[in-house]
Design a protein around this ligand. Structure first.
Ligand SMILES: Cc1cc2nc3c(=O)[nH]c(=O)nc-3n(C[C@H](O)[C@H](O)[C@H](O)COP(=O)(O)OP(=O)(O)OC[C@H]3O[C@@H](n4cnc5c(N)ncnc54)[C@H](O)[C@@H]3O)c2cc1C
Ligand code: FES
Length: 377
């Protein structure tokens, strides 16, 4: 690590604040957590005998659901999602672990439920998260068939659990190997670090990001661009400390030597690695036309971009270039505060690139109807 130990880096100290605390230090490894222990951590601390008594609840009859159909049920005041596939029933938590969307209104295919809001994906056989966004898994409940009835078996305690973090190992005390370095500080980098711990990797893990904050939920920026970064952090400082995942912020990697197994940072520091992961994400395509360098042109990628867009659009005529998800979500989030919004696209219909022309045309009609209704109000 050479000179990096002597330097101070900006890392997240606790949820809701950012401070200079230097590299996250090892404090020794605690016992590995089992799934049950983790679930217990996310449950209310007081539990009674009544809470841990198994309750059998008839949800429906076997033929009430068709194969591939999902339905949510309320059991002891909590929502449970029941899915039927190839004659088998699976019961999992009904609310997405990302921002709590009702999964029953999402899509089911091939053993997975996809969230209707931003597309997170969960296995119905395990409840495990299988696709971004969101990092945590759903609780999974037991079911059985009694006669013609589908029965849920769960304790009150189990029904209280809304999300579950997959079990992770700790870092070994006697780890002398060079770290795994992950370049990037987005969801992919974080998921990689967590997956290493989930798959029993006990060595040192260092994430290096050129941004000034720990990983945050980038997708929120088009839905609520004025959200401060401390409200959308993906994990708390405690989480990184507990799982011994170091994050170096303001650390842009400028070159990699695979011969020396080392990365060089913008300030010329060199750090050696045992394995290197590059998770540097994407960047917006910038304008190249005349006028592209004029004032008042913004790109949306970071919380700072979101804030400066929010601050500058008040009462103005706004043009958004691009009419797919990010452009249209941004239009929806700004519409209340601007004088007008015009979305411009090289294609004929909004969302055409991802959803095709017929759906894009239908979306345009829905948007026109909504605008007409807004104007009438
Ligand atoms: C406004 C917006 C809204 C979105 N909404 C959705 C949505 O609703 N649903 C959805 O599924 N997806 C959405 N996306 C896409 C989603 O955010 C990306 O798919 C996701 O962020 C990709 O994660 P990543 O970790 O691969 O990359 P990124 O999030 O791009 O993270 C890469 C990180 O690496 C850092 N980095 C790059 N180069 C270096 C370097 N040399 N040294 C150090 N650090 C470096 C970057 O600064 C960045 O922090 C949205 C994207 C945007 C911009
Ligand atoms: S609420 Fe489900 S993906 Fe965001």
């Amino acid at each position: 690590m050479g000179g990096r130990h002597s330097k101070s880096y900006r890392v997240v100290a606790e949820e809701g604040s950012i401070s200079d605390v230097g590299i996250i230090r090892r404090t020794g490894s605690g016992p590995d957590l089992t799934t049950q222990q983790q679930q217990q951590q996310q449950q209310p601390s007081q539990s009674s005998e009544e809470d841990s008594t198994m309750i059998s609840t008839v949800l429906c009859q076997v033929d009430d659901l068709k194969d591939g159909q999902m339905k949510d049920f309320t059991v002891e005041g909590k929502k449970v999602l029941l899915v039927k596939d190839e004659g088998q029933f699976h019961a999992i938590g009904a609310k997405c672990t990302h921002y709590g969307a009702n999964l029953a209104t999402g899509a089911y295919s091939n053993g997975r439920v996809r969230c209707p809001w931003h597309g997170a994906c969960f296995s119905v056989t395990t409840g495990d998260i299988e696709d971004f966004p969101g990092l945590d898994s759903l609780p999974k409940f037991q079911t059985k068939i009694e006669g013609n009835s589908v029965v849920l078996l769960a304790t009150k305690e189990e029904l209280e659990v809304v999300k579950r973090t997959k079990p992770m190992c700790s870092m070994a005390d006697d780890c002398h190997e060079a770290p795994v370095i992950i370049v990037g500080g987005g969801a992919a980098a974080l998921t990689c670090a967590e997956s290493l711990r989930q798959h029993s990797y006990q060595g040192n893990i260092i994430m290096m990001t050129q941004e000034s904050s720990a990983p945050y939920d980038r997708i929120k920026l088009s839905k609520a661009p004025d959200t401060p970064v401390d409200k959308i952090l993906l994990r708390t400082a405690d989480f990184y400390e507990k799982h011994k995942i170091q994050i170096l912020t303001n650390s842009q990697v400028t070159s990699v030597s695979v011969v020396d197994k080392a990365v060089t940072l913008a300030d010329q520091d060199t750090v050696h690695y045992s394995k290197l992961v590059i998770a540097t994400g994407g960047t917006p395509r910038t304008l190249t036309c005349p006028g592209a360098d004029l004032q008042g042109i913004h790109y949306l990628r970071t919380p700072q971009d979101g804030l400066s867009i929010s601050e500058s659009v008040q009462g103005r005529d706004v043009v958004i270039i691009g009419s797919s998800f990010i452009g249209m979500e941004l239009a929806a989030s700004l519409v209340a505060k601007v004088k007008s919004i015009t979305c411009v696209d090289a294609l004929t219909e909004p969302f055409q690139m991802v959803l095709g022309e017929p759906i894009g045309r239908a979306m345009r009609k829905v948007l026109a109807r909504d605008v007409a209704q807004t104007e009438r109000c």
